[in-house]
Design a protein around this ligand. Structure first.
Ligand code: ADP
Ligand code: GLC
Length: 467
C-alpha cells in the first residue's frame, strides 16, 4: 500500500485510519501486506529500524538520496526517509498553505515505491491511495519493459475526489513523467497535470470508499470535473465501504474516555457527558439537555457553514454544542465566534486532538455531519458504536451507513434542511425509552474490516487473474 498517511504515525483524516487498520484485516484474509508512507518530521526516528541505506531516486536531472525505515507492528510498515523533502512540520503544508514542491515530494515518493517493490518487498499489487500515490500507475507504464514489474497490477483507491494534486504542465521533465501520457485519457486535466487522474487513468482497477460515492462521482455534481473519465472506466470502478477498527473505537475498552460503557450498561456514558461539559466549560445543568458533538476537518466539504446558519436556532432549544476541528481559518473563526456569542451553550476547540475526539464521541448525545459530500465518513460509524445518534446529510457513505431508526438524515444541502433533522432528533430525545432504543440499535451495528478486507482481497485476486 502506497499512502501519504497511516495511523498512528501520520494522520490528518480518515485515510490514516483506513491504511492503519486495513492491512491487518487483509493479513487475516491471507494476503501479505506492506505499507509505505513518507517519514515526516513529526515521526521520530527513535523506535524505527533502518532497513535500507541507499535508495537513490532520480527524477529528471535531480537525484534524491532516500533511505528506508521500518516501524514495529503487525505488518511491514515502511517509512521513506528523505529529510529535505519530508522532514518538515506538516504533511502537505503549513498554516493552510501547501508546500510549493509537493509535486516533487509525491513524485519521489511514488518512484521510491517502485524501488521498494524491487528491492525490499516483492509486490504483486500496488494498492495506491489518493493523489499522493497517483503516479505509481503512470511510472509503471513508463517502465513497462522492466521485467521486475511484469504482471504487476495496480489498484487506485479514491478517498476524496476533492483533492487532486494539480500542477502546471511545466513540471513534466522535473518529475520524470513520460510526456506521451499527457493526454485527455491520461493525466492531462484542462492543461495541467493531475496526479489523481493519473491514478484513475492508468490503474488496473479503481475503487472508492462507499458504493454510493462510487455512483456519485460519475455525475457532474460530485465528479469535480473527473466524472467523464470515471464513467469511461465504470467497468473497473467499485465502491467498498470503510470499516472501523473497533480496537481503537469501542466504548467498552477506550482508554481516552473517563468511564467505559456498553449496550448492557450505559451508566458510563453519563459520566463521559458530565466530564465533557466540565472540560469544555459548559454548565453542569446541561446534563439533562441534549449535547450535540462535532469532530471534523474544517473544510468546505464538511458543511460547517450550515452549522453557523442554524446555531442561534439550536441554542434557542436549550441545547449545547461542542465542536473540535481545524483547517480553513474562516471555519475556525466562525466556530470561535459562535462560542463567543453563545457562552455556556457552544464550546469550540481548534486543533487536532485525538483524545478529545474520543471524549466527544463518548460524551455527546448526537453527532452532526452535514457534509456537502462524504466519500465514506468514519465519525458517523464511531458515533453509532458510542450510542451517539448521528444526524447526517444523505450523501455518499453517510447515506450508506445511517439507516432509519439509528440516526437522522436530511437530503437538501441547506441550513433549513439540517435544522429540520436536528429538530426531529431533539424531539426524539424527549422520549427517553425510544431514544435508548435508538442508541442501542446503533451500538449493535458492526462495520468491521472483515467484510471490506475480503472485498479488497477478492479485487486483488481478480486483478491478478486468479479465480
Ligand atoms: P475525513 O477523512 O474526510 O476527515 P472521516 O470521517 O473519514 O473524514 O475521518 C476523520 C478522522 O479524523 C476521524 O478519525 C476523526 O476522529 C479524525 N479527526 C478529524 N478532525 C480531527 C481533529 N480536529 N482532532 C482529532 N481527530 C480528528
Ligand atoms: C476521505 C473522506 C472520508 C473517508 C476517508 C477515508 O478523507 O473525506 O469520507 O472516510 O477519506 O476513506
Amino acid at each position: 500500500m502506497v499512502s501519504s498517511e497511516a495511523a498512528p504515525l501520520a494522520k490528518t483524516g480518515g485515510l490514516a485510519d483506513v491504511v492503519g487498520s486495513l492491512p491487518a484485516a487483509l493479513q487475516a484474509c491471507g494476503d501479505d501486506v506492506a505499507v509505505l508512507i513518507p517519514r515526516y518530521g513529526s515521526i521520530a526516528l527513535k523506535g524505527l529500524r533502518r532497513v535500507f541505506d541507499h535508495l537513490p531516486v532520480r527524477l529528471g536531472s535531480a537525484r534524491y538520496d532516500c533511505s528506508l525505515y521500518q516501524a514495529p507492528g503487525e505488518f511491514p510498515f515502511y517509512l521513506l526517509d528523505c529529510p529535505p523533502l519530508y522532514g518538515r512540520k506538516g504533511l502537505y503544508g503549513e498554516s493552510g498553505v501547501d508546500y510549493p514542491d509537493n509535486h516533487i515530494r509525491f513524485a519521489v515518493f511514488c518512484r521510491a515505491a517502485l524501488a521498494v517493490a524491487r528491492g525490499v518487498f516483492k509486490t504483486d499489487v500496488f494498492h495506491c491511495h489518493d493523489w499522493q500515490a497517483g503516479l505509481v500507475p503512470a511510472y509503471l507504464q513508463t517502465f513497462a519493459g522492466d521485467p521486475t514489474f511484469l504482471g504487476v497490477k495496480t489498484l487506485f483507491t479514491i478517498h476524496n475526489l476533492g483533492y487532486q494534486g494539480l500542477f502546471p504542465k511545466t513540471i513534466l521533465p522535473e518529475v520524470g513523467l513520460d510526456a506521451a501520457l499527457f493526454r485527455s485519457d491520461g493525466f492531462e486535466f484542462f492543461g495541467n497535470v493531475s496526479y489523481i487522474k493519473s491514478g484513475i487513468a492508468f490503474a488496473g482497477a479503481i475503487s472508492t470508499v462507499s458504493p454510493a460515492y462510487a455512483r456519485e462521482i460519475q455525475t457532474p455534481e460530485y465528479g469535480f470535473g473527473l466524472d467523464g473519465i470515471l464513467r469511461s472506466r465504470a467497468g473497473v470502478l467499485s465502491g467498498i465501504l470503510n470499516g472501523v477498527d473497533y480496537r481503537d473505537w469501542n466504548p467498552e475498552t477506550d482508554q481516552f474516555i473517563p468511564a467505559r460503557f456498553s449496550a448492557h450498561d450505559l451508566g458510563g456514558k453519563r459520566v463521559c457527558k458530565e466530564r465533557l461539559l466540565a472540560e469544555l466549560g459548559l454548565p453542569p445543568e446541561a446534563i439533562g439537555r441534549p449535547l450535540l458533538g462535532i469532530v471534523s476537518r474544517f473544510t468546505r466539504q464538511k458543511g460547517v457553514e450550515l452549522i453557523a446558519e442554524i446555531a442561534a436556532d439550536i441554542v434557542a432549544q436549550d441545547v449545547c454544542l461542542v465542536a473540535l476541528g481545524a483547517g480553513d481559518p474562516k471555519c475556525e473563526e466562525s466556530f470561535l465566534r459562535m462560542a463567543a456569542e453563545f457562552p455556556g451553550r457552544i464550546a469550540a476547540r481548534i486543533g487536532f486532538d485525538n483524545a478529545l475526539a474520543h471524549r466527544i464521541e463518548a460524551g455527546a448525545d448526537m453527532f452532526l455531519m452535514p457534509s456537502r459530500y462524504e466519500p465514506s465518513g468514519l465519525n458517523q460509524m464511531y458515533s453509532l458504536k458510542y450510542g451517539t445518534v448521528p444526524v447526517v446529510r444523505a450523501t455518499g457513505g453517510l447515506d450508506d451507513t445511517i439507516e432509519e431508526g439509528a440516526g437522522f438524515k436530511f437530503r437538501e444541502y441547506s441550513g433549513a434542511a439540517l435544522l429540520e433533522a436536528v429538530r426531529a432528533a431533539l424531539e426524539a430525545f424527549e422520549n427517553p425509552g425510544a431514544w435508548r432504543e435508538m442508541m442501542l440499535r446503533g451500538m449493535a451495528k458492526e462495520f468491521s474490516w472483515k467484510t471490506s478486507a475480503a472485498a479488497y482481497s477478492a479485487l486483488y485476486q481478480r486483478l491478478l487473474g486468479r479465480p
